[in-house]
Write a protein that binds this ligand. Structure first.
Ligand code: PHE
Length: 340
C-alpha cells in the first residue's frame, strides 16, 4: 500500500507540474485533494488493513496529503505571479516616457487690460459698478438726454431687440443706474463692460467691444479733476512721461464735452503710422455730467457736479501689443490668444 501511495503522489505532482494556467488548478485539486479525490478514496481503504499496518500507512498517507497541499499552494502562487508579470510586460507601459503636457488656461487679452484699468482706477478710489448689457431705450438714450428722434442717436448704430429694448451701445446708461443707487451720496465709480454697435466689422471696428465708463459726482467737482484723473490714468498705463491733450467735443450727456488724446507712445509725438501722422492717440470721450443727466439720476445740479468718461479697452491693448486687427480679439484663434 505504501508503494501505491508513492505512485499516487508522484503521479499527482507530475500532473501538477504540467499545468500552465491558473484555470486548470481547480480540476487538479478536485482530482487529488477533494473529498471525492483519489487520496481520500485511498484513505478509505485503510479500514481493510490490519491493526499493525494501519498507523504507519495512515501516517504516510497524511504526509502525502500535506505534501500535495503544500505543493499545490506554492504552485498556485507561482502561476499567479508569472501571469501578473506577463501581463505587466505585455502591457508595455514605458515608465521612461515623458508625461503629457498640461495646457494651462490664461486670461483673455481684453480681460488682462480690463483688470489693469480697474486696478489703476481703484488706486484712485474708484469702485467697480456693474450694469446690464441689455438695456432699455430709456436708460441707453432718454435719461442720458437723448430723446427719441434726436439726431444724436445717429452717433450710435444700435442693435434693437424690440422698440424699447437695446443691446447697450455704450456703458453710459450705467451712470444713471449708479446715481439712482448712490443718491444722496457722492460717487466715484467705474463701469467696465461690453457694448454693442450695429456696425460694419473692419480691422479697426468690431460690433462688440469693451468700454470702461467712469463717473464721479460730488459737491465741488471740476473739469481740472477730470483732466487730472485722465492724465494719471495715462501715466500709470503708458508711463509717467505721457502728455495728454484735450479737444472740445460733443456728447448729449456731458457739458462741456471733451475728447482726450495722449502723445503717441510709438513715435513720441513725431508722427507715425499708428497715430496716423498726427502725433496723438485717442484715449476716450469725457466731460462734465450734463445737468439734465444729474437730475435724471436724482442729483440737484445746483448742488452737485460731476465728470464722466468713456474709455476703450481693445485699443489700448492693441497699442500695447502691436495688434493691428481688432477682429483677432473675437476670432478665437488660439495661436493669437496664447501669445498674451
Ligand atoms: N458713451 C460715450 C461713447 O460711447 C463716451 C463717453 C462717456 C463720453 C462718458 C462722455 C462721457 O461714445
Amino acid at each position: 500500500m505504501l508503494d501505491q501511495l508513492n505512485t499516487l503522489k508522484e503521479k499527482a505532482l507530475c500532473e501538477l507540474n504540467e499545468l500552465t494556467e491558473v484555470t486548470q488548478l481547480p480540476e487538479w485539486h478536485r482530482q487529488y485533494l477533494s473529498k471525492k479525490g483519489e487520496l481520500t478514496q485511498f484513505l478509505k481503504q485503510l479500514g481493510q488493513l490490519s491493526a499493525e499496518e494501519r498507523p504507519a500507512v495512515g501516517k504516510a498517507a497524511n504526509e502525502v496529503k500535506q505534501a500535495l497541499k503544500e505543493h499545490f499552494d506554492a504552485y498556485q502562487e507561482n502561476l499567479q505571479e508569472a501571469k501578473l508579470n506577463q501581463a505587466l510586460e505585455s502591457d508595455e507601459i514605458d515608465i521612461s516616457l515623458p508625461g503629457r503636457r498640461y495646457h494651462r488656461g490664461r486670461l483673455h487679452i481684453s480681460t488682462q487690460m480690463l483688470r489693469r484699468i480697474n486696478e489703476i482706477f481703484s488706486q484712485m478710489g474708484f469702485q467697480v459698478y456693474d450694469a446690464p448689457e441689455v438695456e432699455s431705450d430709456e436708460y441707453n438714450f432718454q435719461l442720458l438726454n437723448i430723446p427719441a428722434y434726436h439726431p444724436a442717436r445717429d452717433m450710435w448704430d444700435t442693435f434693437w431687440i424690440n422698440d424699447q429694448v437695446v443691446l447697450r451701445t455704450h456703458t453710459s446708461p450705467g451712470q444713471i443706474r449708479a446715481m439712482k443707487e448712490y443718491y444722496p451720496k457722492p460717487i466715484r465709480v467705474i463701469l467696465p463692460g461690453k457694448v454693442y454697435r450695429y456696425e460694419q466689422i473692419t480691422p479697426r471696428s468690431e460690433h462688440q467691444f469693451y468700454q470702461v465708463e467712469g463717473l464721479a459726482v460730488g459737491h465741488n467737482i471740476k473739469m481740472t479733476d477730470l483732466i487730472g484723473v485722465m492724465a494719471e490714468f495715462a501715466h500709470k498705463l503708458y508711463g509717467s512721461t505721457r502728455k495728454i491733450r484735450i479737444r472740445g467735443s460733443y456728447f448729449p450727456f456731458t457739458e462741456p464735452s471733451i475728447e482726450i488724446d495722449m502723445d503717441c507712445i510709438l513715435c513720441k509725438g513725431n508722427g507715425c503710422r499708428v497715430c496716423k501722422h498726427t502725433g496723438w492717440l485717442e484715449v476716450g470721450g469725457a466731460g462734465m455730467v450734463h445737468p439734465v443727466v444729474l437730475k435724471n439720476g436724482g442729483y440737484d445740479p445746483d448742488e452737485w457736479s460731476g465728470f464722466a468718461f468713456g474709455l476703450g479697452v481693445e485699443r489700448p491693448a492693441m497699442l500695447k501689443h502691436g495688434i493691428n486687427d481688432i477682429r483677432s480679439f473675437y476670432s478665437n484663434d488660439l495661436d493669437f490668444l496664447q501669445q498674451f
